[in-house]
Design a protein. Structure first.
Length: 190
């Protein structure tokens, strides 16, 4: 019995016929295909990155996320709204940092070594959203999202895609990125 297990685990280290090799390869292919069928339950779900803003849990669809980067250093920008933290250099790209806590009028927790910048992009716009902490990556059924919670203020409800059963607020990145309030593009005549 031990020898057969070893042969299945390491089939080509012993002398085998072509028929035996094909049988083992078919068994492997069948077991791999069964694993794929189990993942079919994820169809129709959206993958999100869940994060924390002021003790509340939020999520953004991963299709809009380019990368998640630790907040190491940033340069404040004068004469910008208070929700614009500044700019940061991420591998040679200058990215605007948006503090969604200030944008949503949430209490500030301050900066820590857990803070992360979620780089999101939609069409030709790329911004960094400051998160207090990244919680997880998970799948959410879009049909199970509730439309709103009574505790959400008007501005948060405006950018809401939905709320999960466990009260994770899924943000609509397209609405955030297309809002003229969040995109600052002043041109100065010189």
């Amino acid at each position: 019995m031990k020898k057969k297990v070893d042969e299945f685990k390491y089939p080509f280290t012993t002398v085998m016929s072509g028929r035996e090799k094909k049988k083992i390869l078919k068994q492997r292919a069948k077991s791999l295909a069964e694993g794929v069928e189990e993942d079919k339950g994820a169809e129709g779900h959206i993958e999100v990155v869940e994060f924390i803003l002021s003790y509340e849990r939020y999520a953004i669809e991963s299709i809009f996320i380019k990368e998640v980067y630790p907040l190491n250093d940033f340069t404040p920008l004068p004469c910008t709204p208070d929700f614009v933290m500044g700019i940061t250099n991420i591998r040679g790209r200058i990215v605007s940092l948006i503090d969604m806590k200030k944008f949503f009028n949430l209490p500030d927790r301050g900066l820590s070594n857990l803070n992360r910048v979620i780089i999101v992009e939609s069409e030709d716009i790329e911004i960094g959203i400051l998160a207090d902490e990244i919680v997880s990556i998970r799948l959410i059924d879009p049909e199970a999202l509730q439309s709103s919670l009574p505790t959400l203020t008007d501005i948060r409800a405006k950018y809401l895609k939905g709320v999960t059963d466990d009260r994770v607020v899924v943000l609509d990145v397209k609405k955030i990125m297309s809002d003229p309030e969040i995109i600052i593009n002043e041109e100065v005549d010189i």
